[in-house]
Design a binder for this molecule. Structure first.
Ligand SMILES: O=C(O)c1ccc(O)c(O)c1
Ligand SMILES: [Mg+2]
Length: 759
């Protein structure tokens, strides 16, 4: 079947819209009157432009307030219509949409409406035009499609039919069974739009909140199938008035729109088997779990990430044979760290982002074929010799999806050298697997991302949650399939409040209290939760007092349904954009603790000025930190780089040297000053294997320069005095920069630098 889209669904000038629509593979358009009126091109030029792009003008619309009028009003309508029919001839458009009358003078008289529409159709036919009459949900006397059909039937003109618009019919909850009573050849046009499951004034709803099929809650598959069963053979056409799409990049929107039609065509094709023109996609695999989640770090956030993962009980498993990529694992949860070049702009530093999601999938090739049929771009990736070519596609929010398996032949792990020392037995009461991954697409990409993940991975959409937060609102929607859960969290506010767009990875555990105790002992920096929360919890739940006390001690939050419960805790952010969550689900709890999200957001948004000062004071207390600061300050002038290094070094004993990846850390190796032996020795003797020593041993150096062999060198006292002065200066600056940074961003820039003072 032909696929069309209304120009009103897209942003831009008419020519931009046409170009985007053609690029996305549509066959035609509904030309909106306003797009013609505002176009500097004449109708013939528009026709030629569309034709050159391979597009037909399937509908010209809308023509308003035409029928059931007193005669003197109707005469003016005929004059208006004559001009439009002339324009349509020049455009090469043959169907005009007439919406049901919403104006004051219209009369509630079906016979009059039928008679005037008949006269209009007569005039139209003289110009080779036919009229599709549409019942608007807010039409003054005609709002129901069955009513519009009765009038069309009564008029009995071959150039008059109906236009069915899923939005009006389904949001009014009109019974679609009546569609079967309309002969297919009298349905002149079919408009498709989805909508969120909310109630509001129909006109306002229609003009601002429509979305593409699959992005809302309307039963479009059943609706479209009902229309096709009548024998309707015209275009499947999208008419989506949406405030975001009006502003977004039209090329993106057009692809999003086409993806929705492809997915709908596939679903409807299964319902109406006799229509081979509808799309048939490769079957969906319904992912069961995450093979891995990959984080992009730079050389400095990598240290913080490794430190935090180590404290959380993850072990280093190995590195990619040819790329700076490491695997950290606990239970079945795998976190992959990929090192990228630090961004040039300081504001962009300290970001740790989920860059790849590995989807455990035994039908990887088929899933990739499905994704491509749904217009997912194949990920461009340089392959080194001998490397597996894993099917991968780019999601609209920039996340890459890998379809892969973790066992058997051709599994993704064969590209890695698995560390021989990593076969240690798993920790008890640790993390089992990835529970969910929360991404944070730009607000303009929310609907598009939803549709993408839903259609490509065959995930079920969960209800929208609105999460109040200190500086606005967060819109959250989960997509699930068994144990594979994605959450899209989008801040719907503008402004420069930080942190914005936080992502997180949640891990499952069998016993969150044991896990929290372990985290605490290992110095995992947990997000503090206000005492008020627990007082409220005590009053509204039956949780026993000792349980509440333990929850309060560890910052564990709680949600429940009649049949299940959810306990969870959060780490502080790693860098500025990512944090981890640990969750324990009991019974049949399937949600994500949304009622607690405002608490988290509030605590994450706390102005961190006092925290920055405290953090810096703490750094003061540690000589090795001071030495490191001076050292890295010498070697790097970028402040965020310096801070990232500090946070990793402050963090103490985490990564045993045996667990350190044997990959070169280029810039850090450069940062190492050979004159700083004492500080290094101190770190070794204090920590017995710290991030510092792990880093030292990970450098490409001679054995005498590893952590054990560094003890011989000593500074002269003069040099030490000079260094002391420098350290003082640098630290004063450090405090100032942290305060400035936290004021600007409201974020704790060095999350690992302070982990105490929980309430
Ligand atoms: O909002 C409107 O006016 C409008 C116009 C044309 C349509 O097809 C429609 O569904 C709504
Ligand atoms: Mg419509």
């Amino acid at each position: 079947m032909r696929r069309s889209i209304a120009t009103v669904s897209l942003s831009g000038t008419l020519v931009e819209k046409l170009t985007a629509v053609a690029a996305a593979g549509f066959d035609g358009i509904e030309l909106f009157d306003n797009d013609l009126l505002t176009c500097p091109l004449g109708p013939e030029a528009i026709r030629d432009q569309a034709r050159d792009l391979g597009l037909s003008i399937d509908l010209y619309q809308p023509f308003r307030d035409a029928e059931a009028l007193p005669e003197k009003h109707f005469e003016r309508v005929m004059r208006r219509a004559a001009q439009k029919f002339g324009v349509m001839e020049r455009l090469g458009a043959t169907t005009l949409l007439v919406c049901s009358n919403v104006s004051g003078p219209t009369i509630d008289d079906d016979a009059l409406a039928a008679e005037q529409l008949h006269r209009l159709a007569d005039l139209a036919s003289e110009h080779g035009v036919r009229i599709a009459y549409e019942a608007l949900a807010w039409g003054r006397h005609v709002a129901d499609y069955r009513h519009s059909w009765r009038i069309v039937e009564m008029a009995g003109h071959p150039s008059l039919g109906v236009c069915l618009d899923s939005f009006h019919i389904l949001t009014r909850r009109d019974d679609p069974a009546g569609i079967a009573l309309i002969p297919g050849e009298k349905i002149f046009y079919l408009q498709l739009a989805d909508a969120p499951g909310v109630q509001m004034d129909p006109l306002f709803f229609s003009r601002h909140y429509r979305c593409f099929p699959g992005q809302g809650v309307l039963a479009l598959r059943e609706f479209t199938a009902a229309v096709l069963r009548t024998g309707y053979d015209g275009p499947l056409s999208l008419e989506v008035f949406n405030d975001v799409f009006r502003q977004a990049d039209p090329e993106h929107t057009a692809v999003d729109a086409m993806r929705s039609l492809i997915a709908l065509g596939d679903a409807v094709g299964r319902e109406v088997p006799g229509r081979p023109t509808l799309t048939a996609l490769p079957a969906v695999s319904e992912p069961e779990e995450f093979a891995f989640v990959e984080l992009t770090v730079d050389a400095f956030t990598e240290l913080s990430a490794r430190d935090l993962l180590g404290r959380m009980g993850f072990t280093y498993r190995g590195s990619h044979r040819t790329k700076p990529v490491q695997i950290w694992q606990q239970g079945r949860a795998r976190v992959v760290l990929t090192r990228a070049v630090p961004p040039a702009h300081r504001r962009e530093r300290d970001k740790v982002t989920v860059s790849v999601i590995g989807v455990e999938d035994v039908q990887a090739a088929r899933s990739a074929a499905r994704a491509q049929a749904l217009m997912a771009p194949r990920t461009a990736r340089a392959l080194n010799a001998g490397e597996l070519r894993l099917p991968a596609v780019d999601a609209p929010d920039g996340t890459v999806l890998y379809f892969c398996r973790s066992e058997g032949p051709e599994n993704w792990l064969t590209d890695f050298d698995i560390h021989p020392a990593s076969d240690a037995p798993p920790e008890e009461a640790g993390i089992d697997s990835v529970d969910h991954v929360a991404l944070s697409p730009d607000v303009d990409l929310f609907e598009e991302s939803l549709l993408f993940y839903r259609s490509v991975l065959g995930l079920a959409l969960q209800p929208v949650e609105e999460i109040p937060e200190p500086h606005g609102l967060l819109r959250s929607r989960a997509l699930t399939s068994g144990g594979f859960r994605l959450v899209l969290n989008v801040p719907v506010f503008r402004g420069d409040h930080e942190p914005r767009g936080l992502q997180h990875i949640a891990f499952t555990c069998p016993d969150i209290f044991a896990l929290a105790a372990r985290f605490r002992a290992a110095g995992v920096p947990l997000l503090p939760i206000p005492a008020n929360y627990y007082e409220d919890l005590a009053a509204r739940t039956d949780l026993p007092a000792p349980v509440l006390t333990r929850m309060r001690d560890h910052g564990i939050l709680y949600d429940h349904t009649p049949t299940g419960a959810f306990f969870h805790l959060y780490t502080r952010t790693l860098g500025t954009t990512l944090f981890f969550e640990a969750v324990q689900r009991t019974g049949t709890y399937t949600a994500f603790g949304a009622p607690n999200a405002p608490i988290r957001r509030a605590m994450q948004s706390l102005p961190a000025v006092h925290g920055a000062v405290r953090c810096s004071l703490r750094r003061w207390a540690s000589l090795r930190t001071s030495a490191w600061t001076a050292c890295s300050f010498w070697s790097h002038s970028g402040f965020s780089v310096r801070r990232a290094s500090i946070s990793a070094v402050v963090s103490g004993p985490v990564i045993p040297p045996r667990a350190s990846p044997e990959i070169e850390i280029r810039s850090l190796a450069a940062a190492t000053c050979r004159g700083w032996g004492p500080s290094r020795r101190r770190s070794v003797s204090q920590a017995g294997g710290s991030a510092w020593s792990a880093f030292s041993s990970s450098r490409e150096t001679t054995p005498s320069w590893n952590c054990a062999g560094a003890a011989d060198s000593r500074m002269s006292s003069f040099l030490a005095a000079v260094a002391g002065f420098m350290v003082c200066g640098v630290f004063a600056l450090d405090v100032l920069m942290d305060i400035k940074g936290s004021q600007r961003e409201g974020a704790l820039r060095t999350p690992l630098g302070w982990d105490g003072d929980r309430r």
